[in-house]
Design a protein around this ligand. Structure first.
Ligand SMILES: Cc1cc2nc3c(=O)[nH]c(=O)nc-3n(C[C@H](O)[C@H](O)[C@H](O)COP(=O)(O)OP(=O)(O)OC[C@H]3O[C@@H](n4cnc5c(N)ncnc54)[C@H](O)[C@@H]3O)c2cc1C
Length: 475
């Protein structure tokens, strides 16, 4: 760390100027975020109230003719068979309108039991409505865990199957790697149990529920483990130069850039490694404090975030505002983080060799548009089990824009999507995208043809299609 007295004047003045600028333009984020925290984030998940179902950000809602909460498979099958049009909802954590139906909506919130667990074999079979946080708790109680997870745990297991949840990792990247079997209900209420190798299994993963309702999921867990997570501000150019070594030296890595910063010399890096060390005492409190500080900076005070990104990572102020952190956490809590603000997202998987140039173009776009957004980059091996999905068929870098809700995202997201597509990007269907079925066909070729055939067999009349799924996965 450099001595404060050597650089106080320049850094501090530039910092204050930047904060003032950004606060003037970003005050809405501040008010919005402050209110959200003050209210205790009451609706931080999809919810059905007064006849209307809404997603976690309240940006999508629908008044379905029928809303069902089945508790038995017989009921679930009957509802599916009788519905004219149908969508299933889980945690409502999708950033698009794929869960909506104005005819029939099914929630599996009452269809969320653990059916069987075998701690010796490490296998677990669950009803598909179970939330990830509950699944993690049961696994942990039995000395088990999942090797890689995403950045929150409020989703249902079926929602995660429907969008092929990815995390970040050198050896593992997807929840689908752990799935041993799925129980799927077709348009007429008939049921099939499918396993890896059965084409329907691979179509259901990442298929947004268009190949049937997922009723049960069986998973292969691993022994519970602890993770050492370190968080540091890094010099951007030097770290990007060394990316292969960084990815090789850690089990999991993610990069946090601040889009809209002037120079963007620095970024935040999270690294995770398996460890035999005991968890850090009070890790929950420390984690929550760090998350609050992190989000206060990146969501409510974008000026500070942008100033940090423009600062030398060794600057004393950077150390004060974004101190390095090292924590040992249970694996079940190592990846997820609590969100204290609502945001929007677009995310594409690009071929690994293209990631650096693509991120540079995205950051240049955000700078040119003075558009504040966190840009997260994660990495997966070629291990997805899905027929269609952002990480399918290649080693992948995910480039995600996570943008506070007060910003107008449409125009900039459209420009960002052009860049992501130009680098061979494949869209994450749980997030914003303008992709059409024709473009999916061009992108995935024979994979899409197979998918369309299987979808047609499971749902010849298009019962599971709504406006979004028709556009992206229709024929
Ligand atoms: C804060 C946050 C963090 C996130 N982090 C990640 C991440 O790290 N990695 C990642 O890949 N994604 C991430 N996502 C995206 C999220 O995981 C997906 O959008 C996921 O699908 C949401 O699951 P859900 O249970 O909330 O489903 P919903 O949003 O309710 O539904 C998602 C889709 O699944 C369908 N569906 C739900 N249940 C069924 C069922 N039983 N059968 C058939 N179809 C069904 C719905 O109709 C809909 O199309 C994140 C989202 C948020 C808001």
């Amino acid at each position: 760390m450099k001595r404060p007295d050597m650089e106080t004047d320049g850094v501090f003045e530039a910092f204050l100027g930047r904060v003032k600028d950004r606060l003037e333009t970003g005050w809405l984020d501040l008010v919005h975020g402050g209110l959200y925290v003050a209210q205790g984030a009451p609706d931080h998940e999809g919810h059905y109230r007064d006849g209307v179902w809404r997603n976690w950000t309240d940006s999508y809602g629908v008044r379905p003719a029928a809303y069902h909460l089945p508790a038995t498979e017989a009921d679930l099958r009957e509802i599916v068979a009788k519905a004219v049009k149908l969508r299933v909802v889980g945690g409502g954590h999708t950033f698009n309108d794929s869960p909506l139906s104005d005819d029939t909506i099914i929630s599996l919130d009452d269809y969320d039991s653990v059916l069987r667990i075998d701690p010796d074999a490490g296998t677990i079979r669950v009803q598909a409505g179970i939330r990830l946080r509950d699944l993690n708790r049961v696994l942990r109680d039995h000395g088990l865990g999942l090797p890689v997870l995403g950045s929150t745990d409020a989703q249902s297991i079926a929602g995660l199957v429907a969008t092929d949840l990815h995390g970040t990792g050198r050896d593992h990247g997807f929840l689908s790697e752990q799935i041993l079997a799925l129980r799927v209900i077709a348009h007429d209420g008939t049921v099939r149990d499918v396993r890896p190798g059965d084409p329907l299994f691979h179509a259901v993963i990442g298929g947004l529920g268009t190949c049937g309702v997922v009723a049960e999921v069986e998973l292969q867990a691993v022994q519970a483990f602890n993770l050492e997570k370190s968080t540091r501000m890094m010099d951007r150019a030097a770290t990007e130069d060394e990316v292969d070594a960084v990815l090789q030296a850690n089990d999991h890595v993610s990069f946090y850039y601040i889009g809209g910063a002037d120079e963007g010399e620095s970024f935040r890096m999270h690294c995770w490694r398996h460890t035999d060390a005991a968890v850090t005492p009070d890790w929950e409190k420390i984690k929550t404090r760090a998350e609050l500080a992190d989000f206060a900076i990146s969501a409510f005070l974008p000026g500070i975030a942008a100033a940090l990104a423009d600062m030398d990572e060794d600057a004393w102020l950077s150390d004060v505002l974004a101190p390095d952190q090292r924590l040992v956490l249970p694996g079940s809590h190592g990846f997820g983080r609590k969100l204290f603000y609502r945001h929007d997202e677009i995310e594409f998987g690009v071929p690994f060799p293209a990631w650096r140039a693509c991120v540079a173009e995205i950051l240049a776009l955000l700078r040119a548009r003075s558009f504040f957004s966190v840009v997260e980059v994660r990495f997966t091996p070629d291990a997805s089990r899905a027929l269609l999905g952002p990480g399918v068929g290649r080693r992948t870098a995910y480039i995600e824009l996570a943008t506070p809700m007060s910003q107008q995202t449409d125009a900039v997201y459209a420009e960002a999507e052009d860049i992501l597509r130009a680098y061979g990007g494949q869209p994450h269907l749980g997030k914003k995208t303008t992709f059409t079925a024709g473009e999916m066909r061009e992108t995935y070729g024979e994979r899409y043809v197979t998918f369309a055939r299987l979808r047609g067999e499971q749902d010849p009349g298009g019962k599971f299609l709504n406006a979004f799924t028709e556009r992206v996965l229709g024929t």
